[in-house]
Ligand binder design. Structure first.
Ligand code: BDR
Ligand code: CA
Length: 315
């Protein structure tokens, strides 16, 4: 089994990432921590508890830090809806948030682990950065950090910055410099891991109440994503479930291709904050610190996604 801690900010695609994580028997989910990101921390915490209650999973859910390290908070309700999960209501939470903070809980779980743990992070990295800053002693107990965020080319918050990197670039910087192995599923790969509208219809036709809710949530997301300006032709037909890649690349690594590069993040650029600069040309002479994914086998990804919705829909 692969032991993991999941740090997320649900968010529509974060719930799809949780779906895949809970569908896969090879993952042992030790802890879920919640980030502020797509929404404020109270909303992302509520959504995490609500979704996990619906899919009937019991796990410690610990609430994280409520704002980015230095920058003013920005949320993405325009994409995920005011509540954060489109128009879908999952369940009134029965599960409650832990008494421990995300940082305390991550630290304890890591320090007591029998083997190094993988952190799956699908938000702005504030919690993970704070953990590494306050408790560097945990580093040997982290196998790797699989992060959805950044982009070698392009952006979705600005021309050059992806949302998670844009929201808390200082956190990203701390994590990039930590020495802990990192897998980055940036927009380069997540934009290739899309679902078409036809596939969404097939998904709805799985016929379970769960699949129906997923399809409803996706419908909302398709619309909000399609409103993004400067979409290339055909883009509005593609539903991008970014965060799912951060788990998919752990459970089916053969679907993905990537390379090791030195990557840093722009902190201060007045036009470019949050841009992740990938040293493609290997000109900086600096040692690679990030495994950057750039390609996915989309057919395999769709199978994996459908299987996850089918499996979780049975519970
Ligand atoms: C990322 O930003 C968030 O809106 C999504 O949940 C994902 O983590 C995509 O840029
Ligand atoms: Ca997210």
């Amino acid at each position: 089994k692969i032991p993991v801690i999941i740090d997320c900010d649900p968010g529509i695609d974060d719930t799809m990432m949780l779906t895949l994580a809970y569908a896969r028997p090879e993952l042992d989910i030790k802890l879920v921590t919640v980030e502020a990101g797509n929404l404020t921390i109270d909303k992302t915490t509520y959504n995490t508890l609500s979704f996990l209650t619906y899919i009937q999973k019991e796990v410690e859910v610990a609430k994280g830090i409520e704002q980015p390290m230095f920058r003013k908070q920005e949320v993405a309700e325009d994409i995920h809806g005011e509540g954060g999960l489109g128009n879908v209501k999952w369940a009134d939470p029965v599960l409650q948030a832990s008494d421990r903070t995300a940082i305390q809980a991550m630290c304890d779980v890591l320090m007591n682990a029998e083997e190094p743990i993988t952190i799956v992070a699908t938000g702005p990295l504030t919690n993970v950065a704070a953990l590494l800053f306050a408790h560097p002693e945990v580093k040997p107990f982290i196998k790797q950090i699989s992060w959805m965020g950044g982009a070698a080319v392009g952006g979705n918050m600005s021309t050059v910055a992806e949302f998670n990197a844009y929201v808390d670039p200082h956190a990203v910087e701390l994590v990039f410099r930590s020495g802990v192995p990192i897998i980055m599923s940036g927009l380069d790969v997540t934009h290739k891991a899309y679902i078409t509208r036809d596939e969404m219809t097939r998904l709805r036709n799985l016929g379970t109440p769960f699949a129906e809710k997923v399809a409803d949530m996706m419908n909302f997301y398709t619309f909000t994503q399609s409103q993004t300006p400067f979409n290339p032709p055909g883009f509005e037909e593609q539903i991008r479930v970014h965060d799912v890649c951060a788990v998919a690349c752990l459970v089916e690594p053969e679907l993905f291709k990537g390379d090791d590069y030195f990557v840093e993040v722009e902190l201060n650029g007045s036009l470019t904050q949050g841009a992740t600069l990938v040293d493609f040309a290997k000109k900086t002479g600096k040692e690679p610190n990030v495994h950057v994914l750039h390609t996915v086998n989309r057919d395999g990804f769709i199978d994996l996604f459908f299987n996850a919705v089918t499996t979780v829909g049975k519970t």
